[in-house]
Design a protein around this ligand. Structure first.
Ligand code: HDD
Length: 715
């Protein structure tokens, strides 16, 4: 592509260089066996006679097939479907008052990162546009060791205690009898669980919002979710929550688009990330911190250790401290994206955990799961997982040991090995856990400070604007409409009514049900032993904040059209004088201008020039683009009018509230679609307009003022 930039050499060089010895390039190399034997035939097995049986002796055949037979490893139990990229983290300002971590103190550092985005519920081959949470896992290769911040694109989680994680996941995964449905939450077992576990309601309402169907990984926020600790050189700790704020703003597709994208391009998000980086359009996020002094731990109307609660930015502002840029695609999907292992226990000095019981359980799960997924305790020796800090210890052997530890000793203390590897003092940079005072009874229970399930989902819902709210109601109605047990639907309706009565009524109307006044068994049944149930019933929702602006996904300013995909509908004879200025204006803003023509190859404009066709109309769909432009030119427009799919293309773009521009004769195509009746009143439809107005509308992502009209468009 013409706009391709060379990724900056310096920023991620430490990890990049460390990976170099492992890279294998077959260019100009002979095909060999695993042992380096040159091969002259890899198409025919060794036989006893030209039509005879194959010989057991054929080690070339056996090596090839044997390796193939074992090519697959178990997919991740959750977050199986993912895409990743390399990049760099740069600190804006040092924060020694909060942490001694090198990454937060040295502004000259370019810390290499590897980031994997994922869906949660679907299998490795499931479509990208599932309605789901997105994983946002960042591996920082710091000079002091690897730090993994394994978060999601939503600031809270479904459950409060890791003990419930297998139940949550079993309920959302395909039902065990028929293994249906794939990558979808809209089914009975999930809502059976959610309706019985009110702690899930907050994360669940986020999943009902547009956050669950992002336009791009590049347009999502990320959150570390749990309260962590930062510790400074004096040993003073602060609580901290981590936020990633995307420079491109937060944007989503509509549900109708999501469903269609899953068919038209199931790799939509994966392709989008790859293509943007490949084109030199490097996605960026700023890292923000919500920092709370330890002394303020109990000053909030919720518990900081409860991962189902967010800290509104109005209560604790997000302090922006640095920027992450993804600037290099992986060389190999399996070696890097599949084999990368994120562990919340990968931590560096200056950071520590809190007692969040969800986090505490994760500290066990991630190392454990790598053993069945990657097959060996030596998974940290896989190149993508290796630290750039030197590694020496007395851990030994195991499957696939890749290193050759020298010397006589593999124990500590020793004299025979000169006492090596030796210990480091805290002052010289060794890891130290925060010396938290612990005083309590050993107890298997949930803290009563966790039992407020409705206040924050209600705050979230109140903070959305009208179109966001409408999408939430539609999503609940869709999801519950897929449930086949009325008692599950009704229990859910009751739960929603505790968040917002009008919302529950709206959903109930869609389902043809009434909102019940009460539920049996009690709201919070799945909390602990029977004698706990009464005590753990939630209070009615509290309003400690009317609205929190950051909860609406419109809170980040969005004025860029960089990487937006613009479909140009054109055929031979399209008007060069319309197209040229429009293309130049769009490309100046780094949008991707792509001609969708009746056939592949090239088409000619009125000046007789050949223009490369990006896709023949039969190979693409409207949902894969952000905006549509139709240049004039009688001959071109006549050709488009002959193919119904162009009308469908325009109708769909209109239904999905996208910006549409047409020049000259192209207005005839608009008039042959539903746009015709509305084009005068719509602020994102332009006839013979200036490119700048079109660009401004694309930067707004969507014209949701059109939403009611859009509902009437039958495509
Ligand atoms: Fe988890 C993977 C995020 C709770 C157990 N989790 C995984 C990944 C992400 C998250 C992004 C994919 C990492 C990758 O790309 O390889 N998980 C979260 C967040 C949570 C959370 C943000 C709550 C705040 N997870 C959680 C709990 C447990 C797990 C409570 C178990 C007790 N998660 C796992 C796992 C996975 C995993 C089974 C599957 C693959 C892996 O770890 O490496 O161990």
């Amino acid at each position: 592509m013409s706009k391709k930039k060379t990724p900056p050499a310096a920023p991620n060089s430490a990890k990049n260089e460390a990976l170099e010895p492992y890279r294998k390039d077959p260019t100009d190399q002979p095909l060999t066996t695993n042992m380096g034997l040159k091969v002259n035939d890899t198409n025919n097995s060794l036989k006893s006679g030209i039509r005879g049986g194959t010989l057991l002796e054929d080690f070339l055949l056996r090596e090839k097939i044997n390796h193939f037979d074992h090519e697959r490893i178990p997919e991740r139990i959750v977050h199986a479907r993912g895409s990743a990229a390399h990049g760099v983290f740069e600190l804006y300002e040092a924060i020694p008052e909060f942490t001694k971590a090198g990454i937060f103190n040295d502004t000259s550092r370019k810390t290499p990162v590897f980031v994997r985005f994922s869906t949660v519920a679907g299998s490795k081959g499931s479509p990208d546009l599932a309605r789901d949470v997105r994983g946002f896992a960042v591996k920082f290769y710091t000079e002091e060791g690897v730090w993994d911040l394994v978060g999601n694109n939503m600031p809270i989680f479904f459950i409060q205690d890791a003990m419930k994680f297998p139940d949550l996941i079993h309920s959302v995964k395909p039902e065990p009898d028929r293994e249906i449905p794939q990558a979808q939450s809209a089914h009975d077992t999930f809502y059976d669980f959610v309706s019985l576990s009110p702690e899930t309601l907050h994360n669940h309402i986020w999943v009902m919002s547009d956050r669950a169907i992002p336009r791009s990984f590049r347009m999502m926020e990320g959150f570390g979710i749990h309260t962590f600790r930062m510790i400074n050189a004096e040993g003073v700790a602060h609580f901290v929550r981590f936020h990633w704020k995307p420079k491109l703003g937060v944007h989503s597709v509509t549900w109708d688009e999501a469903v269609k994208i899953n068919g038209a391009d199931p790799d939509f998000h994966r392709r989008d990330l790859w293509d943007a980086i490949d084109a030199g359009q490097f996605p960026e996020w700023e890292l923000g911190l919500q920092i709370i002094p330890e002394a303020d731990e109990h000053k909030f109307p919720f518990d900081l250790l409860d991962a189902t609660k967010l800290i509104p930015e109005e209560m604790v502002p997000v302090k922006i401290v640095g920027k992450m840029t993804l600037n290099r695609n992986p060389d190999n999907f399996f070696a890097e994206t599949e084999q990368v292992a994120f562990l919340p226990t990968h931590l560096v000095p200056g950071l520590d955990f809190s007692n969040d019981p969800l986090l505490q359980g994760r500290l066990f799960s991630y190392r454990d799961t790598q053993l069945s997924r990657l097959g060996s305790v030596n998974f940290e020796q896989i190149p993508i997982n290796q630290s750039i800090a030197a590694v020496h210890n007395n851990q030994r052997d195991g499957h696939m040991q890749m290193q050759i530890p020298k010397g006589k000793t593999a124990y500590f203390p020793n004299t025979l090995g000169g006492g090596c590897p030796f210990l480091t003092s805290i002052a010289d940079g060794a890891f130290e856990s925060f010396t938290e005072r612990i005083d309590g009874h050993k107890i298997r229970a949930r803290s009563e400070s966790f039992v407020d399930y409705f206040s924050q989902p209600a705050l979230f819902y109140r903070s959305l604007n009208d179109w966001e709210k409408a999408h939430v109601a539609d999503a609940y109605t869709f999801e519950l409409g897929k449930c086949t047990y009325p008692h599950v639907q009704q229990r859910m309706l009751f739960m929603i009514s505790q968040i917002d009565e009008a919302l529950a009524k709206q959903v109930a109307d869609g389902l043809g049900l009434e909102v019940p006044d009460s539920v049996d068994p009690p709201v919070n049944q799945a909390i602990g032993p029977d004698d706990e149930v009464e005590k753990m019933q939630p209070r009615e929702k509290q309003v400690y904040l009317e609205k929190s602006d950051a909860l609406s996904q419109t809170h980040l300013p969005s004025n860029s059209i960089a990487t937006r995909q613009i479909a140009v509908l054109a055929a031979d004879g399209f008007d060069a004088d319309d197209f040229g200025p429009m293309r130049d204006a769009l490309e100046k803003e780094n949008a991707m201008v792509k001609i969708v023509a009746p056939h592949g190859g090239t088409i000619k404009c009125t000046k007789g020039h050949d223009h490369e066709v990006f896709a023949a109309i039969m190979t693409t769909e409207s949902v894969l683009f952000d905006a549509v432009y139709i240049p004039g030119g009688q001959k071109s427009v006549d050709a488009l009018l002959k193919q119904a799919k162009y009308k469908k293309f325009v109708n769909e773009a209109f239904k999905h509230c996208k910006a549409i521009a047409a020049d000259g004769a192209a207005v005839k195509l608009l008039d042959a679609t539903h746009v015709g009746d509305h084009k005068k009143d719509d602020k994102a439809v332009f006839v013979d307009g200036k490119p700048q107005a079109f660009i401004k509308a694309i930067a707004q992502h969507r014209n949701f003022d059109r939403m009611e009209v859009a509902k009437m468009i039958p495509v």
